[in-house]
Design a protein around this ligand. Sequence first.
Ligand code: NDP
Length: 240
Amino acid sequence: MARVAIVTGGTRGIGEAISLALKDAGMIVAANYAGNEEKAKAFTERTGIASYKWDVGDYDACHEGVAKVAAELGPVDVVVNNAGITRDGTILKMSRDMWEDVIRINLGGCFNMAHAVFPGMRDRKWGRIVNIGSINGQAGQYGQVNYAAAKSGIHGFTKALSQEGARFGVTVNAIAPGYIDTDMVAAVPAEVLEKIVAKIPVGRLGQAHEIARGVAFLCSDEAGFVTGSTLSINGGQHMY
Ligand code: NDP
């Protein structure tokens, strides 16, 4: 029977590529999103993949969202925690809200989603959880104490949860992308982006599908012995 996968933030950017890669791998995919109805509608029309709106930073909404997907598509076997936001600023300019929003959505979202799906995966003795971290969680980044802390937290969360999932056939891994050509990176000022690209050994930004291939591998049956790991896909920018 086809596996059911939820991709958070799965309607655009890296998430869209992940949704498509999992569909290509034969899974039934539910793409979650936060509120950009226009992009979600266009995505569903283009791909035939169902989209579901909820805020991953909201614990109850995640549990309700997972229950809805399970009722409509079947028990959830795979979760890709991809949804993420940036609220950049140096610490002198960072408000408490900027800090809390990023921690709540980027890191809290991983807990909320894992908490909702883990009991079912344990009972069915199979599961795949892939968390999208970041090079900036590994190396740090000026103006991003909130984002770097959340992403670094994701890497620790992954290693800890993988130890709990191992005996139930549930693997938990992370991918740490470098700079990928999406709306998130389009928001970076051109002169800053130029300096960033100059530091990438392969000399270009990554493409969303290059992250998606890694996710598809980690979600496959063949990756059953891979757990607690972080796969860095960053054009050689940071060796970790
Ligand atoms: P985008 O900004 O292009 O897309 C973000 C997606 O996440 C959208 O689908 C958005 O939904 C969704 N989202 C945002 N907040 C929430 C929320 N609270 N609840 C549910 N969904 C939410 O991001 P990218 O594709 O660039 O990034 C995807 C992931 O990869 C993020 O975790 C990011 O931190 C990480 N990453 C990205 C890098 C890059 O260079 N682009 C580098 C390293 C890591 P909606 O469309 O409704 O707004």
